[in-house]
Design a protein around this ligand. Structure first.
Ligand code: PGA
Length: 256
């Protein structure tokens, strides 16, 4: 299968990272040379506290900075929350929405995730919308039904579908060292592609679908070669450049 769009490797630092880590981010920014950036987009989604400084550290480079969540409303009495506009002002180009850790810990529904994705789009950022099944759902044969309904509920009806990014992250593979196998990834990614084409017509083919869940140097080449895998959402292995750079190289060298 030939690729119609550029890949995206997005790191997700989760609740990790202090100002001391910005030096490492600056080094990473230097590694994303124009040649690398011609082959793949690279982003790091940092905690909100680091957004402005991280954007500064990456300024003028090809490394994009992203956020990990946003509020669905533009502004208001939402103590402790951060709006999409605030994130964009601080330099975020991407926002992860609907990560399974947030769906689980804060009971975020598909419709809330869809509103957050729309809020990101409205502020000029590209949302990375996460979908994924639990182990119990997989073992009881519900994976495609769960992913299909999350997709239907979490992906907003936008006039600019090409700005959407969808991430398939099987919950049982996140932070566990387990990865879905190639056949499992191919099956779900092709179902997501079909769902996006059903929703958006031909434009659905241009939406990037990332795989996430214990992606690392060792498995990235194999995973990135799977049809309809357009990149990765990388947690643990994005925390050091030593672990992250080989994944970027795998995306550069992937030839499907
Ligand atoms: P992991 O996390 O790579 O550490 O499994 C991925 C994610 O949660 O986005």
């Amino acid at each position: 299968m030939t690729h119609t769009h550029k890949r995206l490797i997005a790191g997700n630092w989760k609740m990790n990272g202090l100002f001391a880590q910005l030096e490492q981010l600056e080094e990473l920014a230097k590694s994303v040379t124009p040649a690398v950036a011609a082959a793949t987009d690279v982003a790091i989604c940092v905690p909100s506290t680091l957004l402005a400084a991280a954007s500064q550290a990456a300024y003028g480079s090809e490394l994009a900075i992203g956020a990990q969540d946003c509020h669905a409303e533009k502004s208001g009495a939402y103590t402790g929350d951060v709006s999409a506009q605030m994130l964009a002002e601080a330099g975020a180009r991407y926002v992860i929405v609907g990560h399974s850790e947030r769906r689980a810990a804060y009971a975020e529904s598909d419709s809330l995730v869809s509103k957050k994705a729309q809020a990101a789009l409205d502020e000029g950022m590209d949302p990375i919308i996460c979908l994924g099944e639990t182990l119990q759902q997989r073992e009881s044969g519900q994976t495609l039904a769960v992913i299909g309904s999350q997709l239907e509920g979490s992906v907003p009806d936008t006039a600019e579908p090409q700005r959407l990014v969808v991430a398939y992250e099987p919950i049982w593979a996140i932070g566990t060292g387990l990865t879905a196998n190639v056949a499992q990834i191919e099956e779900v990614h092709s179902a997501i592609r079909a769902g996006l084409v059903a929703k958006f017509g031909e434009s659905g083919r241009g939406i990037r679908i990332l795989y996430g869940g214990s992606m690392k140097a060792e498995n990235a080449p194999e995973i990135l070669a799977v049809p309809n895998v357009d990149g990765g959402l990388v947690g643990g292995a994005s925390l050091t450049n030593a672990a992250f750079l080989p994944i970027i190289s795998a995306a550069v060298n992937a030839d499907n």
